[in-house]
Ligand binder design. Structure first.
Ligand code: HEC
Ligand code: HEC
Length: 289
């Protein structure tokens, strides 16, 4: 009574198996079942995301869209190469002479981070709409940026050197730096007197001498006893703290804000387009091709 459906089921099963067999045997040599590959990929991306959050987001921002100390990694503009091998080399060896550190990850961890970066949608804010040539003119001309900033060996000394600012910063950060300099103060070179090796902050320092003279600038060097100031006259001044009335730090930028009334949206776009082209001397990550 029940043998009829049993045979029927067995035939169905055979048919099914032969179908699966034929489809999988044609692909078996080249690929794993797609479901497993997708699951594995998702796990790799998740691992990469958590490694990124812990190790990279303090500089590159949550989601890799750029922070105060590192570039947007979703912009599609790569200074050190866009291939997996090039990114692998950059992550492993860092970029010597910049804030990008070397890392001692397992190879599989670096691959997971790359898988994570590849999974991200590009940020819309990174689109460049301005005219870099005109930005160059404004920077060194009417906007007077060059009076305080060095680019490729010429310019002022009060602000940070901008020769590789296009490699090191996101577009959003560049716009904020110009419109609202107090929002996120730049970090300068590593303070040689600070044994933690923390970078000096570009805040505003006022030294008042015993005769009442006030000298305004940014600290280039400071310890308990002395301070070396790059003053608004673009010269270095050295003071012993015991010989002045006061040394006051203010959490403010010496850079004037450039509101829309001073620098139009289109001029700002042009200056940002110019800044993005500033990638310094090409620093090849060791091993990168
Ligand atoms: C202390 C800050 C800092 C940390 C931490 C950091 N980076 Fe960077 N990273 C930078 C800076 C600055 C640059 C730009 C270097 C330059 O001027 O060329 C950079 C560049 C890069 C580049 C090259 C981008 C390009 O345009 O070619 C990659 C890729 C990168 N970082 C990935 C990572 C990953 C992944 C981590 C975490 C494992 C990480 N970084 C941690 C600051 C940092
Ligand atoms: C009076 C001097 C002065 C002028 C003029 C000036 N800056 Fe600055 N700039 C500074 C100082 C000081 C800092 C560091 C403090 C800070 O983060 O605002 C700075 C910071 C910056 C930064 C951030 C750099 C980084 O890596 O964090 C950018 C970008 C910048 N300036 C661009 C410009 C542009 C573009 C102009 C012209 C439109 C300009 N600056 C005009 C003094 C100046």
């Amino acid at each position: 009574m029940s043998s009829q459906p049993k045979i029927f089921r067995a035939v169905l099963l055979l048919l099914f198996l032969s179908l699966v067999g034929s489809t999988s045997s044609s692909k078996a040599q080249t690929a794993k079942p797609p479901g497993i590959a997708i699951a594995r990929r998702a796990a790799e991306v998740r691992e990469g995301a958590s490694l990124f959050r812990a190790n990279c987001s303090p500089c590159h921002g949550l989601g890799a869209y750029g922070g105060g100390r590192g570039p947007d990694l979703t912009s599609g503009r790569w200074t050190h190469g866009s291939s997996d091998e090039a990114i692998f080399a950059t992550i492993t060896h860092g970029v010597p002479g910049t804030e990008m550190p070397a890392n001692a990850f397992e190879d599989s961890e670096v691959r997971a981070i790359i898988a994570y970066l590849r999974s991200l949608a590009p940020s819309k804010d990174e689109a460049i709409t301005g005219n870099a040539k005109n930005g160059d003119r404004l920077f060194h001309g009417s906007a007077a940026c060059g009076t305080c900033h060095m680019v490729s060996g010429s310019g002022g000394l009060l602000g940070p050197d901008l020769s590789r600012v296009g490699a090191a910063r996101s577009v959003t950060y560049l716009v904020d730096s110009i419109r609202d300099p107090n929002k996120d103060l730049s970090l300068g070179m590593t303070d040689p007197n600070d044994h933690y090796g923390l970078p000096l902050l570009y805040d505003t320092v006022t030294v008042t001498t015993n005769s009442g003279e006030k000298i305004l600038g940014v600290a280039r060097n400071e310890d308990t006893f002395s301070v070396q100031l790059m003053a608004t006259d673009q010269r270095l001044h050295f003071f012993l703290k015991s010989e002045v009335k006061s040394v006051v730090h203010e959490r403010a930028s010496l850079m004037p804000p450039y509101p829309e009334t001073f620098l139009s949206a289109s001029d700002l776009n042009d200056i940002v387009a110019y800044l993005v082209t500033l990638r310094g001397q090409r620093v090849e990550a060791p091993g990168a091709k």
